[in-house]
Write a protein that binds this ligand. Structure first.
Ligand code: SAM
Length: 306
């Protein structure tokens, strides 16, 4: 079977779960099953709940993980919603490797890549909002906002107005047409394609990625599990910041306002401990073999409610 996606930080991620010998581990983003397969091999007795919003990913993983079928449940859907359905299960580990998979990026018809002939970028092909709607029909202000917030693009006003002027003459039909248009007008001193941040912003908007991540973290907290290891891999600073701040908040025992002189909250709100003061990042060798891993960061939290 040809594997279209190289799992990032594979060894480092499965090591997080190596001492779990019973119960369930949830893979919130099974993708092409790489992390799940390695966990199932390593942890003989555990079961897994494997989630993805992309039906192609679920179909692929079902085939890849066939040898372990009696230990795996597959669910297509958005991770925060799905995980809530399993709150009565003995969950001992949660993994989320967020972002896009190589198959999504490399499939012409999914519209994630710069050279694609479509303009789509939906992780779940059954949802209605696509990149075409965002680029061709969002207002100037909305475009400015997503380029500023999700792309952190300095020239966000210029990019938005270029798009609006051009689409008044002719709507954008494909990613290749759109990325060439951006490249013609934006220069980039870094070694990345000039349209990288614009594509990132549109993808985040289409898939509501930051909100999804926040909802997932809230759902994990609200599962009220006693002991559980939570490992999150992110691919850009916006996601990493959400993970870092949430883990910090989870660890905090006192939740009083900063300005109060004396603690009045009971000082007993911590749900566990951050295990990664600094995020785990890929080594040079991994980046050489899989350049897409270069921006990945793994953070781990140990929920321990005593
Ligand atoms: C980087 S890939 C995961 C790769 C996987 N760990 C592997 O080793 O093959 C990320 C996956 O997360 C899925 N995904 C992203 N956001 C999601 C969400 N809110 N709910 C469920 N799946 C999501 C994407 O569809 C994609 O397949």
């Amino acid at each position: 079977m040809q594997i279209p996606h190289k799992s990032v930080l594979l060894k480092e991620t499965i090591e997080v779960f190596q001492n779990i010998h019973e119960g369930y581990i949830v893979d919130c983003t099974v993708g092409y099953g790489g992390h799940s397969e390695a966990i199932l091999k390593q942890n003989d007795h555990i079961k897994m709940i494997c989630i993805d919003r992309d039906s192609q990913a679920i179909e692929f993983s079902k085939r890849r993980l066939k040898p372990f079928e009696d230990r795996v449940v597959f669910v297509q859907g958005r991770f925060a919603q799905v995980i809530n359905r399993y709150k009565d299960f003995p969950i001992k580990g949660v993994l989320a490797d967020i972002g896009v998979s190589s198959l999504q990026l490399d499939s012409n018809e999914r519209g994630f890549g710069f050279n694609s002939n479509t303009l789509d970028m939906r992780m779940d092909s059954s949802q209605s909002l696509s990149a075409k709607d965002v680029i061709n029909y969002y207002s100037l202000e909305k475009l400015e906002n997503i380029f500023k917030e999700y792309g952190e693009i300095r020239e966000y006003k210029k990019v938005a107005s270029l798009i609006v002027n051009r689409r008044e003459k002719k709507l954008f039909e494909s990613s290749i047409e759109f990325s060439n248009f951006i490249a013609k007008h934006l220069t980039n001193r870094k070694k990345i394609h000039p349209a990288t941040l614009v594509f990132q912003a549109i993808r985040i908007e289409v898939n509501n990625e930051l909100e999804e991540l926040k909802k997932l973290l809230d759902s994990i907290q609200n599962l009220h599990i006693h002991k559980c290891l939570v490992a999150i891999i992110s691919f850009h600073s916006l996601e990493d910041k959400i993970v870092k701040q949430t883990f910090k908040r989870w660890q905090k025992s006192c939740v009083c306002d900063e300005n109060v002189l004396k603690c009045v909250c009971g000082n007993n709100h911590s749900i566990g401990k951050v295990l990664t003061k600094k995020p785990i990042v890929p080594k040079g060798e991994e980046i050489e073999n899989n350049p897409r891993s270069r921006s990945s960061k793994l953070r781990v939290f140990k929920i321990d409610r005593g």
